[in-house]
Design a protein around this ligand. Structure first.
Ligand SMILES: [Zn+2]
Ligand SMILES: [Zn+2]
Length: 254
């Protein structure tokens, strides 16, 4: 399984177009902290499986020379994860489609409220449990998303390897006991800030300090933080076994 981080930013991307903080200023110079909204491409045995469709999807796929997709999986219904579904619609219109797109059921209902025309072109299907697709097993599970309600994560398994992609979560204590977080070769976890100062009730995504306490308990073999806002400078050192994603990061061995 080859993984490509098409985007590694949070819901507003970095730089914030209105912001002059040090990370946003850096993102405008060398670009080490420049990042688009988050998406992951999973490739195995010639199949290309997309996780999430952010607003920059078209540019991200062009940048990585992706000219075909075999299926899409959406974690939840928020704009930073689905704003690019209109591009998938166009893709299918010109390639003849349909493109199967799987969305955990609670998010599926909310997505169709916003994009009622989707099923006419994209083969959108609600997901209630594990699904095998192109030799990869996808297991969705719901995670608390703080002030933003709920989101979903995927456990993704193939060839004896397992990763969890959980870009949007806050306070996932039940999930920590969950079998779906056990024996992970890789945990991809969303962290918008290093330490977020906003009141708890206004927050929606883990910060790095909280995420490090979670990985100390879950003990994945490797952790990559993604969904990074302007509260994270990716040059700041992390403990062994942890790293920050960047746009375009490709992992062949993990
Ligand atoms: Zn998000
Ligand atoms: Zn979200």
């Amino acid at each position: 399984m080859r993984l490509t981080f098409l985007g590694s930013g949070d819901s507003q991307g970095v730089p914030r177009w209105w912001c002059d903080c040090a990370v946003c200023a850096e993102a405008r110079s060398t670009g080490r902290n420049r990042r688009d909204r988050p998406a992951l491409l999973v490739e195995r045995a010639g199949a290309r499986l997309l996780v999430d469709a952010p607003p920059e999807l078209r540019r991200q796929l062009v940048a990585h020379h992706v000219r075909s997709l075999d299926a899409a999986f959406l974690t939840h219904h928020h704009n930073d994860h689905v704003g690019g579904v209109v591009d998938l619609y166009d893709f299918v219109r010109w390639t003849g489609g349909p493109l199967p797109a799987f969305v955990p059921r609670r998010s599926y209902a909310l997505l169709l409220e916003r994009y009622p025309w989707l099923p006419s072109r994209l083969d959108f299907r609600p997901l209630d449990g594990p699904l095998d697709r192109d030799g990869v097993r996808w297991t969705p599970f719901e995670v608390p998303h703080g002030a933003n309600g709920f989101a979903h994560a995927f456990r993704i398994e193939a060839d004896g390897r397992a990763l969890v992609y959980m870009p949007d979560s806050l306070d996932p204590p039940e999930a920590l006991q969950d079998a779906r977080l056990r024996d992970l070769d890789l945990l991809v976890l969303g962290t918008s800030f290093w330490r977020e100062e906003a009141p708890r009730g206004q927050r929606s995504v883990l910060d790095v300090e909280e995420a490090l306490r979670i990985t100390a308990r879950v003990r994945p073999r490797r952790t990559i933080f993604t969904h990074l806002g302007h509260g994270v400078d990716r040059d700041r050192p992390l403990p062994p076994g942890h790293e920050f994603a960047r746009d375009g990061l490709v992992l062949d061995a993990w």
